[in-house]
Each structure stands twice: as C-alpha cells, then as structure tokens.
Design a protein around this ligand. Structure first.
Ligand SMILES: [Cu+2]
Length: 288
C-alpha cells in the first residue's frame, strides 16, 4: 500500500521536501525506516521521494560537478607502471652442458639454474613516496611441508611496506626455528610447532631481510621492507602492474634475490600507464 505522508511531521526529510510516499510491508529492496503511524510503529520503506523540482535540479547539478572534480581530479593524478621481468644467464655457460660435461656421474645430479624459469621477481619504486600507512592486518609467511622437498616458506619473497607486521605460523607437525641475522632486522623466534600463538615480527626499517630455519637447510625466504606501497611481484609469466602511482618521475627497481638489481627512470603519467621491461643477469659487477 502506498500513501503520502508529510515529511516534516515525521522528521524524515529536509524543508524542501513536499512529501514522502511510503510503502508498507514491501519485501523488496531498500532500507527500512521506522515511523510512527496511528500511534503504532510500522516498518516502512521509501518508494518515492517528491521534492521541489528546481531546488532538486540545482542541488543535483552541483553534486554532479563536485563528483566529477573529485573523481576526475584523483584519476588524473595517478598512473600505472606495467611491464615484465625476466632473467638471462651467460650464453657461454651452456657450452659445458652441450658438450656433455654434465653427463658424468660426478656432475649428473648437480642442479643448474634455469634462468628462463626463475620466479619471485619484485618491482618497486626506490625511495620514499608520500606518507606511508602500514596495513593493520599482518602479512603471513606460512610453512608448508612439501613431500620429498622438505619444509618451505610460502611465499618465498614477501614485499611489505615499512612498519608492517608479519606472522610466522608453523603449519607443520615438526619444529621450525625462524630467524634472521640480517643487518636490517635481526630476530630469532626460537623453536616452535603448531599450535602456538602467532609469532609476529614488526619490520620498522627498510631493507632486505633474509630469513632461515636453523633446522632445515632448504628453508629460506626474503622479506623486502620497502619505503612506499608502490611495488608488485611478477606473475607466472613475469608480468607486473603497479597501480595508482602519483604522477611524477621515479627510480623503479627490478629485484631478484640472487641477481644484481636493475633500475630505470620512469615518468608516471597523470593518467594511463607507462611500460617498463627488465632483463636481469650477471651484469654490472666489477671484474676481478
Ligand atoms: Cu624448519
């Protein structure tokens, strides 16, 4: 049932409002408004709002202009960096393999790096950018036991903004001892297994933090503590996207834990995206 109710009487609308049509007991959408009707409280839903049309039009136009300025303004000031990162080994190194040097029993089981399959690249803007607000929810580095490969930290590379908390749950039934002797943030969580209260480390200084387990040789990971939130890890195809970057000129760094980093100066536009591709390898190191 639809009825017209003067708004001022029910103190729902502003002074320009001429009336409010309310539909009682409508099971459809819309938030319910409780009003007193005939001395009883009824659950009513707004179905039609009648206002002074001229005032409404002016108010609507002003709101639209304000919305365009606010949204358009922020969109115009932020761009994105998109691109790829891959690694490349030294071409001469393949000669040994091609000439059968690895066929002997002595070298047969030695694992060589497949540069084409390297993962865990990180791309970030080097240096501070604006005010940093660390996330309230701690990031997590879990331990996951993989059959015949030993315990593993997941993810292997964790980028966080400075001031972030990181939880270190042990999901295995066996003991682990998570520690780092890095200059950036040395810590030792001691021996523990699940269930235990979450072990948490807060990273207050920017830099690289290599983390190990004192029991299992294969267990290692890297926490990269960064000075701004503009970073991204690459996907399985080596692609990355860093979005909502304030327009400006930045030093953008591509990083891998076992290769020298490479930087590019990138001009982020006020709108749209700019491309940046990186190839990392053993280059740029001093010859001995
Ligand atoms: Cu361990």
């Amino acid at each position: 049932m639809i009825s017209h109710i003067p708004c001022q009487k029910y103190e729902i609308c502003g002074s320009e409002c001429l009336g409010l049509a309310l539909e009682a007991g409508d099971p459809g959408g819309g938030s319910e408004i409780s009003v007193l009707k005939g001395g009883q409280q009824s659950a009513l839903k707004p179905a039609l709002h009648v206002r002074n049309s001229r005032t409404e039009w002016v108010r609507g136009a002003l709101l639209a202009v304000l919305t365009i300025v606010l949204l358009g303004g922020s969109a115009l000031q932020a761009g994105a960096i998109v691109g790829t990162v891959r690694a490349e080994g030294k071409a001469e190194a393949e000669k040994d393999a091609l000439c059968g040097k690895y066929d002997s029993r002595q070298f047969k089981f030695i694992e060589r790096i497949n540069y084409a399959e390297l993962r865990d690249f990180l791309v970030f803007i080097d240096g501070p950018v604006g005010k940093v607000v660390p996330p309230e929810t701690p990031a997590q580095v879990k331990t996951e036991r993989i059959t015949q490969k030993g315990a593993t930290f997941v993810p292997h590379v964790l980028p966080v903004v400075v001031g972030s908390k990181v939880e270190w749950p042990n999901n295995d039934e066996i003991l682990h001892n998570v520690f780092s002797y890095s200059e950036t943030h040395p810590f030792d969580l001691g021996l523990y297994r699940n269930p235990t209260p979450p072990k948490i480390v807060t990273f207050e200084k920017p830099g690289r933090v290599d983390v190990f387990c004192s029991i299992h040789s294969r267990m290692s990971c890297v926490v990269m503590v960064l000075e701004n939130p503009f970073f991204a890890t690459t996907n399985e195809k080596g692609r990355f996207v860093i979005e909502n970057i304030p327009a400006g000129t930045y030093k953008v760094k591509a990083w891998h834990e076992r290769l020298p980093s490479k930087s590019q100066e990138i001009i982020v536009p006020e709108k749209g995206e700019v491309k940046a591709d990186f190839v990392l390898g053993i280059t740029g190191l001093p010859a001995q």
